[in-house]
Design a protein around this ligand. Structure first.
Ligand code: 5GP
Length: 189
């Protein structure tokens, strides 16, 4: 998606070869117009999939996922990152470590996702694929089907896409970064 790539080039910066900062429009401050356009774009791509829910891990995935859900006409389920070890009967839980955080527990109220739900998973970044896989595991635990994974920024030099595709999940990324270093960001064709 050209608009997102342009924004990454104008307002993002690579602090090294592996971490991209997008605090001014995704992670800390949010560009609502861009998020709306991303939501519209993703909804258009998946409009024929009979999606019943959109899901994302809190918190940076929420704005684009909310707009995607709005344009698809379905609800958004926010998978919660929790530190409490207390698990009640009405919750499903799973653990994972992402590229930027370790030992995260994800939780979801059982009654928000159920058997037969066809879910589109949205996240801001795809690096090693663990956040996406953690979300998928949780959704599948309650009997839901993951139709596809939509990502804003994929770092294609990291193994997330390969891991997800090997397990049979479709990944659509709006910007795929081939390589980066301070002052230089290169996209895949
Ligand atoms: P993964 O589980 O694919 O390794 O990592 C995905 C999660 O880590 C994303 O939800 C995102 O929050 C975070 N993340 C991974 N790489 C980056 C990065 O380069 N920049 C930022 N800001 N977050 C990242």
């Amino acid at each position: 998606m050209k608009k997102l790539k342009d924004k990454i080039l104008s307002s993002g910066y690579a602090i090294n070869e592996t971490v991209l900062k997008v605090d001014s429009f995704v992670n800390h401050q949010v560009d609502p117009k861009l998020m709306q356009e991303i939501g519209e774009y993703l909804a258009e791509k998946f409009k024929d999939r009979d999606i019943t829910k959109v899901a994302t891990v809190e918190s940076s995935g929420i704005p684009p996922a909310a707009f995607t859900a709005l344009y698809l006409g379905v609800d958004l389920v926010v998978l919660k990152k929790v530190t409490s070890k207390v698990l009640s009967d009405d919750l499903v839980q799973d653990n994972y470590s992402s590229f930027t955080s370790v030992n995260l527990s994800l939780q979801c109220l059982k009654n928000l996702l159920k058997e037969g739900d066809n879910v589109l998973v949205i996240d801001d970044f795809l690096a090693n694929g663990q956040a996406a896989l953690g979300s998928i595991k949780l959704i599948e635990k309650v009997g839901g089907n993951v139709s596809a994974v939509g990502i804003l920024i994929e770092k294609s030099f990291q193994p997330g896409r390969k891991l997800l595709e090997e397990k049979g999940y479709e990944v659509l990324s709006l910007a795929r970064i081939k390589s980066m270093s301070p002052g230089c960001i290169e996209f895949e064709e």
